[in-house]
Design a protein around this ligand. Sequence first.
Ligand code: ADP
Ligand code: MG
Length: 355
Amino acid sequence: MSLSVAFDKLLGWFSVDMGIDLGTCNTLVCVRGEGIVLNEPSVVAVKRGTNRVLQNGNAVGWMAKEMLGKTPGSITAIRPLKDGVISDFEITEAMLSYFIRKVNGKARYILGPRVVIAIPSGITAVEKQAVLNSAIRAGARRVYLVEEPMAAGIGAGLPIVEPTASMIVDIGGGTTEVAIMSLADIAVCESVRVAGDDLDEAIINHMKKTYNLMIGEQSAERIKIEIGSAAPVGEEVTMEVRGRDMIAGLPRKTVVTSEEIREALQEPISAIIEAVTRTLERAEPELAADLVENGICLAGGGALLRGLDVVIANATGLDVRVADDPLTCVAKGTSIYLENLEEWKGTMESNLDEG
Ligand code: ADP
Ligand code: MG
């Protein structure tokens, strides 16, 4: 045992340790001792009708995201984790290996990296295995999997190893993960497929119904970020929106208000709130009691929606705070796992488990 620890340390001189937040919208990679070194959209450009990744060197990440909704006939841009499940294993693998190689290539280490990957808690055993295999094929020497809510909690600075309850609500693009943790373990959790993407979709539907105006996903996201809210906080504002008229078929613009966007967002926001209250109802009384003291922490990009903390506080009667820099909590959490890899690796699933 101690020999293997010493051996791993030795190998550490010749390789790099990476933490990966494999998100439905964004993938972040951090390197032990360096912090976050990569932050790109989880998007891949493929030849339409196939799952062949474009071979021109900019088929993944930022370049691919620019193509979303604007791709010419023969190309299509895909988010392979869009719904929190891996809809396409091959494309997910291509994306993961692109990111791992990009980071490892820069470092020019002799050995493959050890990698800690945060995965959604709702993922199936088959999907887990696919993530492990992809990372191995991408050159990783060892792969460890951690549950995303744990990584988010650690990254947000919650005392999740203490004998007290911590609650995290991580609102990503495709999924919202709600978990109550204590003693470095998840006591109750729920993963729902309602998150940032559904807010965008609610805005698209509102524009169709109210203005007969078709807008794209990127425009909808921009409206959400600029003037979206879950509760009236601050000044009400307006925004100019452009799209295609559904009847005339021609480009047109209109002006929307923050009030009507808030109204349009109500349904998906209620679904998120319900996931939070359902999880609270399933908690043991002692853990619930702790939460009266400790409150709830919001993470993920969705936590940045104005007033979301207010509506969750109103619905639960608990204190709610937004984590510092909620988009990077999970990645920061994986980097803390890296710092403690020797101690904690026994608690993580890894590619050594099968053998
Ligand atoms: P994932 O972990 O699933 O990749 P992220 O935590 O990266 O997701 O969050 C992405 C989501 O957060 C997207 O739906 C994005 O639109 C949303 N988001 C980012 N910034 C904001 C903001 N300021 N207000 C509201 N939503 C935001
Ligand atoms: Mg996430």
